[in-house]
Design a binder for this molecule. Sequence first.
Ligand SMILES: *[C@@H]1O[C@H](CO)[C@@H](O)[C@H](O)[C@H]1NC(C)=O
Ligand SMILES: *[C@@H]1O[C@H](CO)[C@@H](O)[C@H](O)[C@H]1NC(C)=O
Ligand SMILES: *[C@@H]1O[C@H](CO)[C@@H](O)[C@H](O)[C@H]1NC(C)=O
Ligand SMILES: *[C@@H]1O[C@H](CO)[C@@H](O)[C@H](O)[C@H]1NC(C)=O
Length: 460
Amino acid sequence: MTLSVIVQLCALLTISQQAASLPGCVCDLTSSEQPFPHDKLSSVEDSANKCSSSITQQKSVELDSLLLGLQHRLPQLEADMSVLEREDDGELYGAVSLQVIENELVEILQLMNKLNSTTLAHSRLTSDTAQQVQDLKDEMQQLEVYDSMQVVKNQQANHRLKRDLDQCRNGHHPTTQPTQPASGNCPHGHFLNVTGPGVYTAGEYPGSYKYGSWGRDPKPEAGKENWYWLVMLTSSNVYSNYVRRYSSLSSLIIGVSVPGNVQIHSSNPTTNTIQGPSAVLYGEALYYCCYYRDAVCRFNLTTKSVTSVQLPKGTRFNSKGNFCHLDECYPYTDLDLATDESGVWVIYTTSQNFGNLVVSRVEEGETPTINQTWHTSLYKQAATNTFMACGVLYATRYVSKDVEEIFYSFDTSTGVERFDIGIQIQKMSGNMYSLNYSPTDQMLHAYTESHMVSYKVVFG
Ligand SMILES: *[C@@H]1O[C@H](CO)[C@@H](O)[C@H](O)[C@H]1NC(C)=O
Ligand SMILES: *[C@@H]1O[C@H](CO)[C@@H](O)[C@H](O)[C@H]1NC(C)=O
Ligand SMILES: *[C@@H]1O[C@H](CO)[C@@H](O)[C@H](O)[C@H]1NC(C)=O
Ligand SMILES: *[C@@H]1O[C@H](CO)[C@@H](O)[C@H](O)[C@H]1NC(C)=O
């Protein structure tokens, strides 16, 4: 009796347990479609990202700079060869020229090899990439087969929309398509871009002098068209008393200064010697900031005499009105001399103009004079350097260790000022202590941490 009751109770218990699970409703959906492979889509996305990050801007900059280097050296080699031929006395070639040319050949060979290996690396990259892109395309096509939910198709449509939107936005936006800076009175057209670095060299005294300036004379004497000049601040990183000359770019790079130094004074520093990294050579005369004065000195390399022009009262000098970025100011950069198609300029700042940049034309003549002056609204300490091209003042700022940006322009012919230039300069090392434009070949010459670097200005 008791046993049968227990059996019934047990039966009741199982029934009630079944009843408790009944309120949930189970639906079994059978689909003829295969499930969409989300994993596969995200792995395709990953590969696409990897693929595009392996093609960096760095790689094209590398090629650019190698090509520019070659472009410089080949004509130079040709010129030096013809010098050598002229020096040929039938038996002996000029020993020095021969050495210069040998060095040039070695350099060109090195460049060619570098170019070859870079090109090889690039073509490998290109074919790898082509294969990867093909693979991605195949996978995407497979995914489309699965795409019953229209996920991929919609994604594609979204991408197209986004691209169109971007293009539309860029068409009106100044940052991606840099606005054209005022061309001033420029025979080459608008200042569009800066490519390079081309030349990058430690020169004759590697690492010895942190500050200096270099370049070529835009108005050279006959026979000195290919000469380069170099001023290194040899005393206390602030002063110099000579300009060193090289008969070609190759001689500057390999450090053979045949013409040697032209000395301003035997003492360094003293009255009328050089202070700060701002010198330029124009018309066989060196223009620079005079030692301990708010004045521009002009040293005539032919007569070895110095004349000068006093800048307005209130001009900041002796390291009181320097170029700066957030972390530091560049010592003794009060006066910045510049050359362009039209002559010599001096860029500085005054108390009257509240520390903003002031630019004046330096006229040639028996003694140099200042005739015209423009006042800008760019605070000097917000800029790291300035240069002139076609009568337009440009200013740079420090973006990072690797990038300097030309961000500002002031057109002296119209007075129009802009802060949205947005042209980047790829740097080889941290700080650019001097930057000057050479109208002869539209190059920018920079002196950075003991190195001489050049860039090509693209006009159009
Ligand atoms: C470039 O490099 C490849 C592989 O190292 C070599 O076979 C070829 O001869 C080189 N070409 C030149 C022009 O140096
Ligand atoms: C300017 O030149 C740099 C370096 O060659 C290049 O990456 C950039 O795309 C150029 N910009 C324009 C607007 O052409
Ligand atoms: C330098 O002196 C020479 C000789 O007097 C003169 O012809 C030349 O014009 C002077 N150069 C400058 C820039 O004044
Ligand atoms: C200075 O400017 C005036 C007029 O602006 C001009 O007549 C004169 O020739 C200029 N002087 C020099 C040295 O260029």
